[in-house]
Design a protein around this ligand. Sequence first.
Ligand code: M6R
Length: 613
Amino acid sequence: MCGIVGAVAQRNVSDILLEGLKRLEYRGYDSAGMALIDDPDTGIATIKTVGKVANLVAAAKKQGASGNLGIAHTRWATHGNISRANAHPHDSSGRVALVHNGIIENHETLRQELIAAGYKFATGTDTEVIAHLIHQALENGEGALLPAVTAAIARLRGAYGLGVIDRRQPDRIVVARSGMSLVIGAGIGENFVASDPLALGQVTDRFIYLEEGDLAQLTSDSIEIWNDGRRVDREIATLSGKAAEMDKGEYQHFMQKEIFEQPQAIRDTLSGRVSEEKVLEEAFGVSAGKIFDKVKQVQIVACGTSFHAGLVAKYWLESIARMPCQVDIASDYRYRDIIVQPGTLFVAVSQSGETADTLAALRYANAHNRKHVATLAICNVATSSLVRESDFCVLTMAGQEIGVASTKAFTTQLTLLLILAIVLGRRNGLASEDEARLVRDMNGLPDLVDKTLQLDKEIRKLSKQFSDKHHSLFLGRGIQYPVAKEGALKLKEISYIHAEAYPAGELKHGPLALVDSNMPVIVVAPNNDLLDKLRSNLSEVSARGGKLYVFADEGIGLESDRSCKVINLPGCPEVLDPILFTVPLQLLSYHAAIIKGTDIDHPRNLAKSVTVE
Ligand code: M6R
């Protein structure tokens, strides 16, 4: 998704901007650009390229780009095709240049108005209207950049994170935030702005997170922030170097590294949240206990992989907490006539905490007469909008996840959702000895994941049989159905092999028609009450010449034969099955993608953080 970097200093900032863009590459983008002011008389120098940031770096080098003031951007197309012209920064009359994250909903009306006023449009983007509006305000007598930006944004409907420069005021960047994240990096004799602090890790560790509606002016030695026309002070947070770390280490891809980091990520997520035999519910915050006392049911909203975590949690909340749970896709939630039952806890699950749909669902819940008992964020990014806007939060301690395909975020989300089920279960008849057993099981989870990761070589061999396939079917029963869905999502997003997941019992209601020797059928087969039923589903596939790949609990004694390849997982307590069985599916997708030669950490058309609706 789009990324912003800006800098004002007493030195050439071009390398700082380019390094910042490289650090934002993980968000996904299709083109990049940079605008610098060196000598105001020669104007704003703008360089844009389609494709990787490396192309922009080469173009900047060729042109000898330099300037003490600049803004830069990685674009992920929403309005207007992928082209050099549509890449940011956008300018108006060579005077104003700006970068923008977000979507301007009333851009068409504004465009018509600006055309009537004599402005010519050079791009198909929604963003260009903002540049012209600011230019118009400057020329109509606002004079200074800050009031001109204030006047322009008053006309906008939609979401924006903005960085704006004016050729005639080459000592300042004006930035504005509404619905999109922006962070100011404070330096000594220089200041910066970015959509993510990670982009500025090379120049500062001191950050100011802008809040909704903030407008700020940065010069090399000052940072001034306004909200709703009033000067405001915002706290400076210090982020350790570790938070900005982006190193693949011994691994070939971030996704691979993140898969193998799962034992530690789960350990870190459990730490401080459970003792040997008890959940420490204080970890949810001081007022959490009182909130949990009022909860009668749970509403989960999320997107993508996080949604799958919610679907798994529904089973745990029903069986452990004996509570009804509804799980909604965040992008649909606010468009329904939701009935909020008394005593509903609203839980938003998100790795990034910046997913536009999940945030919008949270805001909808917050605005909906606050009928929920409270809103809880389960999130991996402490400083995210989701965390800041929820009543309380609990953080997954997965560490930064860079690969677009979510892996360790998912298993740590599951870890926390299981803890949540126990905390709510306590109030609903879960006996302390049952809690103790569950917590002991959870404490054994990191080692079990570690053991499961040792299947890597075997799975790599198996993946060779997938490289020439175009379609695949994933099957799971009960709580394993969301795991099958997650496996299918992983395979399709990074290997581009079409993958569909079905509850195994649904096979004969349609999808069985697809089964033949070219359709691999991947099955997750834990040792539970549904095993015999699942065995019948396997026979249905074999009988039709289908090729089965079964990830099975070693305790069930399933053996490979001509039509069925079995990979045995270490036996584990049933409650942990969804977490353990996810791991081999992640490895399968990863190795299938390696063979197919796709861009694993940046799959085509996808972004790490989907910050538009
Ligand atoms: O940051 P979030 O967890 O809110 O992101 C939600 C989805 O965009 C994300 O899980 C997406 O589906 C991943 N690419 C899946 O691997």
